[in-house]
Ligand binder design. Structure first.
Ligand code: SF4
Length: 230
């Protein structure tokens, strides 16, 4: 099994329950969702199509994870949309190294692989998450570009386990601009529903991942590019 690897880098998890943990990120190429504020546009947008994507098999990926991060660092498989791929060979290889494997997904396809943690981020564009993925999510990350995104995201979560954490994250351009309409909507929602938590993408403050030598995101504006329509 070979995977199209857009980029891979060792950094720390910048959001969610595992905020601040050392993590090796594997970002796979390809996503059909086309979110207009996507911050990983290099994985799908025609204006940021990379010159090439590295096809790596499970042994190669396990080897770079072992060489480029210490024991104990979790591995985060993200994208793009990684759920499009059969992740079982990859999760098996990484578990053989003794690593925990986390997944970040919008949940639009059946999940194949043994994951230790599933972060579901339903998107208001493209397809909603499948109920079978909602049912195994450990946490949910709703990106809030407009106040209405909060309820729209919550409406996709029928069947979410009671113990799953639900984060409301200001979309990065809104967070960067301190957009009070969005930030206050998140504050109000959390105050009204204590199950919700206000979140933030801390790694973007630190520029923790895009300064890594293996990351290509330094070529892509963080938080999308309104002039290009994403
Ligand atoms: S689902 Fe994620 S990777 Fe895909 S377009 Fe939306 S933000 Fe970008």
């Amino acid at each position: 099994m070979k995977y199209p690897v857009y980029e891979r880098f060792y950094t720390w998890q910048g959001e969610g329950v595992h905020l601040g943990r050392a993590a090796y990120f594997i970002r796979l190429y390809g996503c059909p969702q086309a979110c207009p504020w996507c911050d990983s546009a290099g994985t799908w947008h025609r204006d940021y199509r990379p010159d090439g994507v590295t096809l790596m098999d499970t042994d190669e990926l396990a080897e770079v994870v072992r060489n480029e991060s210490p024991d104990g660092a979790v591995v985060v498989v993200t994208g793009g949309e990684p759920i499009l791929f059969d992740l079982k060979p990859l999760t098996d290889a990484l578990h053989a190294l003794g690593r925990r494997v986390h997944l970040e997904t919008s949940g639009i396809a059946p999940l194949r692989g043994d994951l230790d943690w599933v972060t579901l981020s339903p998107k208001p564009f493209g397809q909603p998450p499948l109920p079978e993925v909602v049912a195994v999510a450990d946490e949910v990350k709703i990106i809030v570009h407009e106040p209405g995104d909060i309820q729209a995201g919550l409406d996709t979560l029928t069947g979410l386990p009671d113990e799953a954490v639900i984060w409301l994250h200001p979309e990065w351009s809104k967070a960067r601009e301190r957009d009070l309409k969005v930030l206050n909507a998140i504050t109000q929602a959390v105050k009204e529903n204590p199950r919700l938590r206000a979140g933030y993408q801390m790694h973007k403050l630190y520029r923790a991942d895009d300064l890594d030598a293996h990351s290509d995101k330094r070529l892509i504006p963080l938080g999308g590019n309104a002039e290009l329509g994403y």
